[in-house]
Structure formats: C-alpha cells, structure tokens
Design a protein around this ligand. Structure first.
Ligand SMILES: N[C@@H](CCC(=O)NCCCC(=O)O)C(=O)O
Length: 257
C-alpha cells in the first residue's frame, strides 16, 4: 500500500456563504503522481482534528500554500494592517503538528505558506511585505492573467553549494515561480536557510537536527510537478521519506500477519 500523506486544507467560503475546507488539486496530483503516495486532505481546524491522531494517521505531511498569513502573534509580534488576512484555525493545527512531526522524524514538506509555518514553528519571524524592503523585488502572484501566467517561472534560486537542496536538485541554481508577499525576516535557531532568490529573499530551508525529512520551499513546486525538473526530485524525495516512515511503522510482528 502507498504511504498516506496528510495535506492540510485552507478554509474557504464557497459562493461567499458556504464554509469549506479545501486545497488545490495540484497538491494532490503532485503527492500521488510524483511522490507516489495517497493524498488525503485534512481540515486545518483544531475543533475537528487532534495533533496526536493526525500523527498516527499519516505517514507524512504536506503544508500547502494559502493566501491568509501566519498570525504575527505566533512569532511574538503585534498585528498590523500590513499582515493582511489570517487563518487562525490553520495556525493552531499546523504549528504544533509541524513541531511534533519534525521532532519524531515524520516527513514534513512545506510550500509557500507552509514554508512560513515551518519557519515560524521553529522560531523564525516574518516580514509582512517583502517588496517594501530595500533591494527586494515583488514576489507576489500577478493579480491578473491565466494560471500559467501566475505560476510562470520568474526568478532563480541559488542553493548553498553542497547543501541538501543543491544535492537533491543536482544543481546550485534553479528557476522557480513566486506567489508570496511575506518572507522570513529572522530564522529561528534551527532553521537553516539553504536557498535564496537573487534579492536575498530566503527560498529554501531545512530544520537542523531533524531526524527525518523536514524541508520547505517558498515557491510552488506542485505546479507542473510531473514535468518540472525542480519539482520532481523534491516530491520524489518526500515520497521516499514517507515510504521509509511507513515501513518502519509496520513492525515485524505486524508483517507476520
Ligand atoms: N500568504 C503567504 C503565503 C502565500 C501563498 O501561500 N501563496 C499561495 C496562494 C496564492 C493565492 O491563493 O493567493 C504570503 O503571502 O507570503
């Protein structure tokens, strides 16, 4: 059986009135077709899911993108208008789930908002609007246009030579899309920045001392994951980590049937 990957959802109001939990089908496609795992979405709402049951149910976790931002009180700062919108329920599931999963070696992959969640979960702070910083460019999703235009490849990411991402991607420089307004301001003590955009915006991190797969990227590798030479190795490595986790969990006694 394939490993089972829990994909955290975002909260939406369908037709501005019908509450829903959902995530983009790009995420489920990438998990199934590239990582080779069964994708199951779970609600980012602590009133309906518990951390322990999530840890026991899934073999790995994908923290997806999302328009709402991590609330600044999660990294000790006051809310301002610049921080935009929030999803406090997702914060209250994602952050403790990330900490618990990473500490026990359960694979975690973060994308965009998920990258920021993993960074904050391990003590980082965030800039609410990086394009306002000196020397930075606008990393936000184009407000108009087709999906192809919004997810178009827009900037290089340079990895630390010999670092985990350079080894994984077999290159020190890759081309990525970009659809975010926030970014890491100060990394936490175990947050290792391993990739940067040309304007020095952090784009790839791993958690130092994590016993398992604990990687995150600020861009969106789920877009065109099947064909993109940068996305494929990332999701394949994540899938391998989830398979290893599942194999370790099925103890010899259980295998005996
Ligand atoms: N809200 C954060 C993370 C941005 C993100 O995850 N974007 C993907 C969703 C795109 C969209 O639906 O707008 C930030 O802005 O940095």
């Amino acid at each position: 059986m394939r490993p089972i990957v829990g994909i955290i959802s975002n909260h939406y109001l369908i037709n501005d009135q019908y509450p829903a939990h959902a995530n983009g089908s790009m995420n489920t496609d990438a998990v199934s077709k590239v990582a080779g795992a069964m994708p199951l979405t779970f609600p980012g709402d602590p009133s309906v899911v518990g951390i322990d049951e999530l840890l026991e149910t899934f073999d790995g976790f994908l923290l997806t993108g999302g328009r709402p931002n991590v609330h600044p009180e999660e990294y000790g700062e006051a809310e301002t208008e610049a921080h935009g919108t929030f999803d406090r329920n997702r914060d209250r599931v994602a952050l403790p789930l990330i900490r618990a999963a990473v500490e026990r070696g359960q694979p975690v992959l973060g994308i965009c908002r998920g990258f920021q969640e993993i960074a904050v979960a391990f003590g980082s702070t965030l800039h609410p609007e990086i394009r306002d910083l000196p020397g930075r460019t606008n990393h936000r999703m184009p407000p108009d246009g087709t999906l192809e235009e919004k997810f178009a490849l827009r900037h290089d990411v340079h990895f630390t030579p010999g670092g985990p991402f350079a080894r994984l991607m077999r290159s020190e420089t890759v081309l990525t899309n970009t659809l975010h307004g926030q970014g890491i301001k100060q990394p936490g003590p175990r947050v290792r920045i391993d990739g940067w955009a040309p304007d020095e915006t952090p784009e790839a991190i791993f958690i130092d001392g994590a016993p398992g797969f604990a990687l995150a990227v600020q861009w969106h590798p789920e877009w065109n994951a099947d064909d993109d030479p940068v996305s494929r190795p990332l999701f394949e490595a994540f899938g391998d980590a989830c398979r290893a986790w599942r194999a370790e969990r099925s103890t010899p006694l259980q295998r005996a049937g």
